[in-house]
Design a protein around this ligand. Structure first.
Ligand SMILES: O=S(=O)(CCO)c1ccc(-c2ccc(C3CCCC3)c([C@H]3C[C@H]3c3ccccn3)c2)cc1
Length: 235
């Protein structure tokens, strides 16, 4: 794999997420939303009076693979089909076939000032030998970039987000070619560390997060189920 200027950062953050994903949420996390298989947890954390609550979501989605979920999350061309909280998104640099930098303007959330964000975004397949299916992940991590100048009144968000997906084959048929969508499901873990980049009233931000994260995850997963329904399975 040819290295690029962010290769070491990408490697470090991916390894951090792989370590963190299995950490349990029984201590210090509040279950803020449950909808069927979807469980959304949050820890209340403030840094210099700014709410930076970590968010962790676990979900099991029937009929799609982790590769499909990560592909639709990472691929740029689908972004505005499922992301309803963005005014715009654009790729500003491609670092390698699995890593790009994008710039986004988020819809203004009253009473906060409008936010924009600049992330490197990396997709990766981690094939753990003993398991039958690999783990797929996408990490979105804030980076600065000359083509994403900070322009007031917009406030630059700081975020570290990961979508980590395991694929499970239920009652695998003898011949893997015969696997149907009803035989597969995906265990998804979504973690988001978002610092709003400037002061937002705590109660307002916590209210928006509590409403928007579950909505965003439900909309995204429903979108992927719909898009993949009649397509060949992408393992
Ligand atoms: O998964 S991603 O990488 C998808 C890339 O498009 C992602 C998702 C969400 C955010 C984000 C951005 C801004 C806010 C706040 C900060 C002050 C005002 C808005 C929030 C908090 C409020 C929570 C929230 C959750 C979901 C959607 C929107 N709002 C979240 C960033 C990246």
């Amino acid at each position: 794999k040819d290295k690029h200027r962010l290769s070491d950062d990408v490697e470090r953050i991916v390894q951090e997420h792989l370590k963190y994903v299995s950490e349990d949420v029984s201590h210090g996390w509040d279950l803020i939303h449950q909808d069927g298989e979807m469980k959304v947890y949050r820890r209340e954390v403030e840094e210099n009076g700014i709410v930076v609550d970590p968010l962790k979501c676990f979900h099991t989605i029937k009929g799609v693979t982790g590769h499909e979920l990560c592909q639709y999350f990472w691929e740029f061309q689908y972004r505005m089909d499922w992301e309803t909280t963005l005014d715009s998104t654009k790729i500003i640099e491609v670092l390698d076939p699995d890593t790009m930098v994008f710039f986004q303007v988020h819809k203004r959330v009253w009473p906060a000032a409008q936010r924009d964000s600049c992330f490197w975004s990396h997709i990766r397949c981690i094939s753990n030998s003993e398991e039958d299916q690999p783990t797929w992940l996408v990490v979105n991590y804030t980076t600065s970039h000359p083509l994403a100048p900070i322009k007031s009144p917009q406030v630059r968000l700081v975020a570290n987000v990961a979508l980590i997906c395991e694929t499970i084959i239920c009652e695998p048929p003898l011949n893997p070619q015969d696997i149907k969508r009803e035989n597969i499901q995906c265990k998804l873990t979504y973690v988001a560390f978002v610092n709003p980049g400037g002061w937002v009233p705590s109660a307002a931000l916590r209210g928006v997060a509590k409403r928007e994260y579950p909505r965003f995850l439900k909309r995204f997963t429903s979108y992927v189920i719909e898009q993949t329904r009649n397509k060949p399975i992408l393992f």
